[in-house]
Design a protein around this ligand. Sequence first.
Ligand SMILES: [Zn+2]
Length: 70
Amino acid sequence: MNIEQTKVKIKCSVSGCNNQSNYTIVNKKFVFDGNFYLCEGCLKNLYSMLGGVLVPKSPTPVYKKRSKDE
Ligand SMILES: [Zn+2]
């Protein structure tokens, strides 16, 4: 899967978005068929969405595991 600048005049693939796409996600072996077009705004939305999913959660603090017998 690759991302490149859109070279053709085509609308953003996100439903409800009527912007002209700026970026194309090019894929040959992926779940959806063909290319996926994204405008700048939707690309940023996608990026922040991915960031929310990919940022690891902070581990459980060790002090919470301490028992009374210390
Ligand atoms: Zn869009």
